[in-house]
Design a protein around this ligand. Sequence first.
Ligand code: TMP
Length: 219
Amino acid sequence: MQRGKLITLEGIDGVGKSTQAGALEAFLRRRGVDVRKTREPGGVPMGEAIRRMLLEQEKGLSGLAELLLFFAARAEHVRRVVQPALERGQWVVCDRFIDASYAYQGGGREMPFKWIDELAEWVAPGLSPDLTILLDLPPDKRHKEIPDTQYELLRAGKTPDNFESQGRAFVERVRKTYLERAGSEPGRVKVIDAARDREQVGAEIIALVAGRWPEIGGE
Ligand code: TMP
């Protein structure tokens, strides 16, 4: 049995990532690929519970607690969903993965990247996405701003009056870290300009995946 492929989608909040994950899943199904779409944090009941905890935080959680919670959720998700699916030969389309911890906890929350390297090694040894699609967009061009900026506000423990500038700086650090990761692993991480309409972005993602794996055929 041939191992499946792991494709991850990344980007700052509000970039249209989840819509594109759904479109990519639909494309792969049309091509006859056995595909499993999942997301982080989430994908398993414990991961969804951690997701709710993180989203419902009223006071800022420490960066370290947040980092460990994301990796606790990931440990379950990798062991119960991602690895077994890949071993069964399924392709996994995952809405966020380890790069999100580098971007948000490392870049955004300024946790040491070395800690993230170590956690990644514990939680997902030898597991690196076959392809990561980074949807990139300047923060002020995001499709939906309010809910996510509120979430970032809560997570960062900022007060509303100083949020505007701090929130923007946070998102800028997240974006910069994603782009740096793309720069250091250009074969794995492909940057797509998400400032265009949804259909164009979707077509570019499909062209990228079909070009990488010609055996599945194009649209
Ligand atoms: P989502 O709304 O894109 O599913 O992501 C939920 C939030 O969790 C989003 O703001 C990004 C954040 N996040 C991290 O901070 N670290 C991580 O490792 C993951 C997977 C998500």
